[in-house]
Design a protein around this ligand. Structure first.
Ligand code: HEM
Ligand SMILES: [Cu+2]
Length: 626
């Protein structure tokens, strides 16, 4: 090709170069910026899902509540569940996969930077698409697990939006998973063997496998649901179709999904406990292998969500046993965490408090989970508030506490400022107290027989007191979240500067400046051990006590603790692009077109997406050189 034709083609598809301002964010392919966008967006959805929860709790504060109609209630609990799972916990995990995982591996970016941007924009598009249904007062209203045939028969657009929205979000997560798997397999720094990877990266790895295999199952079921609703097919909706087919498909996705939600938090906590106990993680290989074991065993337990549908004693017994078995690798992790704390010199900083809160609350949720594994017990509990108690202990007490631990831990790396410890402690205690006030009473209400997904309960059933307590608790949680936002605002300008390594960390992200430069590492590090950074800082004396390596010796050995990001040596980073954004914009447009049966609109959306993908393939690999 002649020089002239290169120049011509690159001017047709010039790559954007803005380094600041809105366009620099819209066109970014930097994994750190994408991580921040995931985090901020997930927080916005957390507030929305929280407001929905507060409305639900206001309605249930007293018997025969009048705040919401039955229809509004159905929409709110469905959107609350969908929001918290798909728009809060999964993307908060993705925020850390994006921001931290490449740095912890010693890489400069993920394997496919533009695909990474596309994942984010598709996630945002899917979320906006779902929420747009509130404007026509027809949000999804068939529960987050959308049981068919109900979800086929429900009138209005709600469950069509559900199917399409989850398909869009599934595209986002699937391409992200492929991207992260490739990154972990191919982009580790020299010496970073698999068994030297930080546990958080390992758990990320397991989660991406789960996503790649679990999401297609859901996607198939969602397409069938969509076809039943829009084209009149009969996969689920008719008297001849199998009434529990949907449940099998959904939970074959849904149980791996709960590990997709919890494993990132387990990884985060496994990073934090060693740092704040000044000890290596107890039994690193066991924590890794139990995570992998969970990844495999998670496929063999789905029918514990279906004990009451009448699968018969053989199936029920088999799934009861497999469910009790999967508690073993989970229990193993808990022993490893406690072993890490044992004899450590513990610093109760905010990330540590949230990690300890995670362990305690997750144990409660795990134990009530094992009680559902006992089939006769589950007959009693299913569809009651006891189940709602259980999954909030694992999803909120577990995942959300673990993710907040990560936020407090990595905040100084991401922003360069420490969050305030006093406000952080206040946030933690308010959240812990509010959480238990809200959800512990659900165990009692459930065992008393209060049904979930019901917008009112009658007087004189003995449900009044604990419901009121729970509603008060929900507002205490809301207050705790406000405390967090206050902490963010307060420390934005006046916060203490963090420096590269504020917590005396063990992993590679603490070797580079806070916030990291665009290229992360001026020189790609060479890794010699698990917890490599720690070994550069400390050696053991004859009695096994830790002694810091003298600063001079570090320099001499080429193991500087800071200053990796000094000079960029002309490092070449991937160029920005408009195309991921354009390709993603088409997706919700297709969704609206199908929902309202305006097929021309769906075609417009499809054309936009394909144009974006086409131009993506053709655009020059770097920005024009002037
Ligand atoms: C402010 C905190 C929260 C409160 C007060 C709250 C309250 C509730 C209540 C009362 C229900 C039951 C509604 C019903 O069955 O009629 C519910 C359902 C649910 N919640 Fe939460 N929740 C909170 C946070 C969370 C979080 C953090 C998650 C997940 C990470 C979550 C996930 C779910 C799910 C999946 C459902 C089931 C929805 C369905 O049945 O389709 N919630 N929540
Ligand atoms: Cu399950």
């Amino acid at each position: 090709m002649t020089t002239a034709s290169v120049a011509q083609r690159s001017s047709a598809f010039a790559r954007p170069t803005a380094k600041t301002g809105v366009w620099s964010w819209m066109t970014t392919v930097d994994h750190k910026r994408i991580g921040i966008m995931y985090g901020v967006t997930a927080m916005v959805f957390f507030v929305l899902g929280g407001v929905e929860a507060l409305l639900i709790r206001l309605q249930l504060a007293t018997p025969e509540g009048q705040v919401l109609s039955a229809d509004q209630y159905n929409q709110l609990f469905t959107m609350h569940g969908i929001t918290m799972i798909f728009l809060v916990v999964m993307p908060l995990g993705a925020a850390f996969f994006n921001y931290m995982m490449p740095i912890m591996l010693g890489a400069r970016d993920v394997a496919f930077p533009r695909l990474n941007a596309f994942s984010y924009w598709a996630f945002l598009g899917g979320g906006i698409f779902m929420y747009s249904s509130f404007f026509i007062n027809q949000a999804p209203d068939g529960g987050w697990f959308g049981y068919a045939p109900l979800s086929v028969k429900l009138p209005g657009h709600g469950m069509t939006v559900y199917a399409l929205g989850l398909i869009i979000l599934g595209i986002s997560s699937t391409v992200a998973a492929v991207n992260f798997l490739t990154t972990i397999v191919n982009m580790r720094a020299p010496g970073m063997s698999l068994m030297r990877m930080p546990v958080f990266v390992w758990m990320t790895f397991v989660v991406q496998f789960l996503l790649v295999f679990a999401l297609p199952v859901l996607t198939v079921a969602l397409f069938q649901l969509l076809f039943d609703r829009t084209l009149g097919t009969q996969f689920f909706g008719d008297s001849t179709s199998n009434p529990i087919l949907w449940q099998h498909l959904f939970w074959l996705f849904g149980h791996p999904e709960v590990y997709i939600l919890i494993l990132p938090a387990m990884g985060i906590v496994s990073e934090i406990l060693p740092v704040f106990s000044k000890k290596p993680l107890f039994g690193y290989p066991v924590v890794v292998f139990s995570g992998i074991a969970i990844g495999f065993m998670g496929w063999g337990v789905w029918a514990h969500h279906m004990f009451a549908v009448g699968l018969g004693p053989v199936a029920n017994t088999a799934f009861a046993l497999s469910t009790m078995f999967i508690a073993v690798p989970t229990g193993v992790k808990i022993f490893n965490w406690i072993g890490t704390l044992w004899g450590g010199s513990i610093r109760f900083k905010t990330p540590m408090l949230f990690s300890l809160g995670f362990i305690a609350m997750f144990i409660i949720g795990g134990l009530s989970g094992v009680t559902h594994a006992i089939v006769p017990h589950d007959y009693q509990q299913t569809d009651t508030y006891y189940i709602v108690a259980h999954f909030h202990y694992v999803l909120f007490g577990g995942a959300i506490f673990g993710l907040f631990a990560g936020i407090y831990y990595w905040w100084p790396k991401i922003t360069g400022k420490l969050l305030d410890e006093r406000v952080g402690r206040l946030h933690f205690w308010l959240m812990l107290i509010g959480f238990n006030l809200t959800f512990a009473p659900f165990h009692i209400l459930g065992l008393q027989g209060m049904a979930r997904r019901t917008y009112q309960y009658p007087k004189n059933y003995g449900f009044d007191f604990w419901n009121l307590v729970s509603t008060v608790g929900a507002f205490v949680i809301a207050l705790s979240i406000l405390t967090f936002f206050w902490n963010v605002i307060k420390t934005r300008k006046r916060g203490e500067t963090a420096g590269a390594d504020p917590w005396d960390g063990r992993t590679l992200e603490w070797t580079i400046p806070s916030p990291p430069p665009e290229y992360n590492f001026a020189e790609i590090p060479v890794v010699h051990a698990l917890d490599d950074f720690w070994h550069r800082k400390y050696v053991e004396d004859k009695e096994g006590r830790l002694v810091p390596v003298p600063a001079g010796a570090q320099e001499a050995a080429g193991h500087a603790t800071e200053g990796y990001g000094g000079d960029d040596h002309g490092i070449h980073m991937p160029s920005q692009s408009y195309m991921p954004l354009i390709a993603a914009i088409g997706l919700p447009i297709v969704g609206w077109g199908i929902t309202f049966e305006q097929y021309w609109l769906a075609i417009v959306g499809g054309v936009v997406t394909f144009a974006g993908l086409y131009a993506w393939a053709l655009e020059p690999s770097t920005e024009e050189l002037h």
